[in-house]
Design a protein. Sequence first.
Length: 251
Amino acid sequence: MTPDSTISFQSPLPARLVRALLVATLAGASLSACIPLLGTGAAGGALMAADRRTSGAQLEDEGIELRASSRVRNTPVAQRAHVNITSYNRQVLITGEAANLQDKQQVEQIVRSVENINSVVNDLQIGFISSLSTRSNDALLSGRVKARILDSRDLFLKAFKVFTESGTVYLMGRVTQREADRATEVARSVPGVQKVVRVFEIISEEELAGTVKVRTGAPAASTAAPAQVEPNAPSAPLTPLVTPVAPRPSN
């Protein structure tokens, strides 16, 4: 995948492409950062677009990412690996490349030593460290996926964390099963996506509605259900919560 195949320019620029370029530009500002953008669209969008974690959980996730990254960076394995740490609601995902299985396991042990982590998914790949051009293309690909989500009438961008490693798009968030499936289809439809890995915390539609009501000051729905993490609760084996999904075949 090349930058030319990632973004096509037309004149005049359609509104959707303008948004895609904006998101891609923001993504390019930091190859490992997840850019928080406010999605708009269907009724109630401004409310449901808000981050579904509590403010305390958001701050804790930032702290986890900083502490874990710092600990990995201060070890010899950092010289042989490219490691990204992403935390969402204290669920930590490790991505990048490691030189061998021992280094992969060592990175996981370092991350697990960080306090206040609920679970860890280690998706470090064994192989050569990715090039700067690959990471630049990954940032552009993340921007395109975010733009597609932003354009959707039934999804809200800020409910998701989206980032890419070597053509594999990772989706995180506290979402309903419908939103998880829909976001997966959106990501699969983006040219250049090699695979989609979903690391979601699945909640019920009732819980989502209850969360929205609480944020408006109204009482939460009495039928609100607790969050359900699939397939296992925190401290479960280190496997992605949802099986990786291949890109949509081209016609």
